[in-house]
Design a protein around this ligand. Structure first.
Ligand code: HEC
Ligand code: HEC
Ligand code: HEC
Ligand code: HEC
Ligand code: HEC
Length: 375
């Protein structure tokens, strides 16, 4: 991805060369990949992000806030700002603190130096302004405003899908005993960017920001945002004789749902309150097995591709769990739950400080009130 994006820019320069009548060989030489200004590491978080400065005026989001208040406040509510402190990450990390995790959840070198000295305010800023915008001791952005006081390095690929891929596209790592990555394997762990690139939104000029843009550009709402989740999928149900038919469509996400972290999954459930053991359940997510190269291989993926519909048929009798005298008029419950972690219902001593799941849809309706399916 990043190489492709860099090549597109390099081609602009090639155009000029061709105009001067440069030979074919020179042209090929000219398209050698240019590393974008924001790119200082290979994807996969093998290393920390080098920012080339220790100056708090460039590193501390509080200093940026002095002039960029609206952006800073929007960022402060984002999962980027909470990448280190959020309860779900902290539960996993405190149980097994691996240095690899830090390379994306508190990625810049000065944060890691602070962490090594016991932690502090900079670490708690997670993916902060400098994480995305500071490289080689200077700001990097897609453009520079005429009124800007900064010596900004302009790189038009800033904010492109390739840029997001630095943290949102990677394979399983092989970690040493100390939790430091030894190498990356060939099997995808998070594949949000390639899933987007293979889908119907790949040609959108604004890339990921088509849907992840916000008023001040820095909210990055996703799976923890009720509006974003509500917009992602459409669920319908209808009855056909003794059957209930269900359909779930990914109407609004530019990538598979769920995407991102390996534990993300959705559960669609239908049940009767009087016979809960007859619950019908569908799982949307991934399953893995150990692979030869030391990573893990996806052996099952029931996520919804962009615009994909999955359909299910449920026998009403099965919901009654074999109870022949069940009241046929009893309302049916339906819920669609988005689960952030492996354990929807954690053990008592492992309960994180924030919810493990969000309810996307919750219905309760008597069978007679559910629409009839149209053939
Ligand atoms: C003294 C005020 C001030 C401070 C402090 C400040 N900025 Fe800016 N910045 C501006 C102004 C003015 C602009 C021009 C565009 C605008 O008005 O938003 C700008 C523009 C930018 C741009 C767009 C690129 C450009 O150069 O036009 C980025 C990115 C940016 N700032 C990031 C930051 C970050 C990150 C920090 C903290 C490390 C920071 N700024 C601190 C005033 C400031
Ligand atoms: C996850 C990466 C990320 C983080 C963290 C981040 N930014 Fe940005 N920033 C972006 C992207 C992407 C853009 C849009 C680039 C474009 O216009 O194509 C942007 C644009 C900007 C701009 C220019 C806005 C404009 O209207 O052109 C400013 C100013 C800015 N960011 C400041 C900040 C400040 C201050 C912080 C911290 C409070 C911050 N950013 C944190 C990715 C980030
Ligand atoms: C330096 C690493 C980094 C970069 C670059 C980055 N992100 Fe993120 N992003 C993260 C991390 C880490 C999280 C998860 C934080 C958490 O919840 O623990 C995250 C979370 C998110 C979320 C919210 C997920 C949720 O569960 O709600 C969205 C949406 C998102 N990023 C979009 C983007 C987009 C779009 C870009 C490119 C413009 C981008 N990110 C660039 C590291 C990054
Ligand atoms: C067509 C709209 C659309 C586009 C384009 C899009 N997204 Fe999303 N994204 C969504 C919606 C809707 C959700 C909420 C549903 C969910 O969490 O899966 C979401 C969720 C996410 C999440 C949170 C997943 C989680 O685990 O909770 C991340 C991270 C993310 N997007 C990153 C990206 C990146 C990176 C790109 C570009 C490569 C991108 N998105 C492009 C619509 C879009
Ligand atoms: C290469 C970058 C990268 C590394 C390394 C990484 N993560 Fe993440 N992590 C992300 C991104 C990006 C997201 C957000 C995607 C999403 O929303 O599903 C995320 C999300 C999470 C979440 C969900 C947080 C939430 O807000 O719901 C947890 C928990 C988590 N990571 C734990 C870990 C742990 C533990 C490690 C180390 C074993 C680790 N991560 C290593 C990039 C990384």
């Amino acid at each position: 991805m990043s190489v492709g994006a860099a090549r597109a820019i390099a081609l602009v320069a090639v155009g000029a060369l061709v105009a001067c009548g440069a030979g074919r060989d020179r042209e090929v030489e000219a398209v050698a990949p240019v590393t974008p200004a924001w790119q200082v590491r290979a994807s996969g978080g093998m290393t920390a992000i080098a920012v080339g400065t220790d100056d708090p005026a460039l590193l501390d989001a509080g200093r940026c806030r002095e002039c960029h208040e609206a952006i800073a406040d929007e960022w402060a509510g984002s999962r980027h700002a909470l990448a280190w402190t959020n309860g779900l990450f902290q539960r996993e990390y405190s149980e097994a603190p691996k240095p690899w995790c830090v390379n994306c959840h508190a990625p810049i070198e000065p944060q890691q130096a602070q962490l090594a000295a016991g932690g502090g305010a900079l670490v708690d800023q997670g993916v902060n302004c400098a994480t995305c915008h500071v490289r080689s001791g200077a700001l990097v952005a897609a453009r520079r405003a005429p009124t800007s006081p900064h010596a900004t390095t302009v790189d038009p690929t800033f904010g492109s899908p390739a840029f997001c891929a630095d943290c949102h596209e990677f394979t399983f790592p092989v970690l040493g005993r100390d939790g430091v990555p030894v190498r990356m394997t060939g099997h995808p762990m998070q594949a949000t960017v390639s899933s987007f690139a293979a889908g119907p939104y790949a040609r959108e000029a604004d890339g990921c920001m088509t849907c992840h843009g916000s008023r001040h550009g820095h909210a990055f709402a996703g799976g923890h945002d009720a509006d974003m989740l509500g917009a992602a999928l459409e669920v319908t149900w209808c009855t056909a004789g003794e059957q209930l038919q269900l359909a779930v469509t990914n109407i609004n996400a530019g990538h598979v749902v769920p995407t991102g972290d390996i534990h993300r999954h959705l559960l669609l459930r239908v049940w009767r309150s009087s016979t809960p053991a007859g619950v019908w359940e569908a799982f949307f997510g991934r399953r893995f097995e150990q692979a030869d190269d030391g990573g893990k291989r996806t052996v099952w993926d029931s996520g919804l591709e962009p615009r994909e519909t999955k359909r299910f048929t449920v026998a009403l009798a099965a919901l009654a769990d074999g109870d022949a005298d069940a009241d046929a008029a009893e309302p049916l419950n339906l819920e669609l739950v988005y689960v952030y972690v492996a354990d929807e219902f954690p053990r008592r001593d492992r309960v994180p400080t924030e919810p493990t799941a969000a309810t996307m849809v919750r219905w309760r309706e008597a069978p007679a009130a559910i629409p009839r399916c149209t053939p």
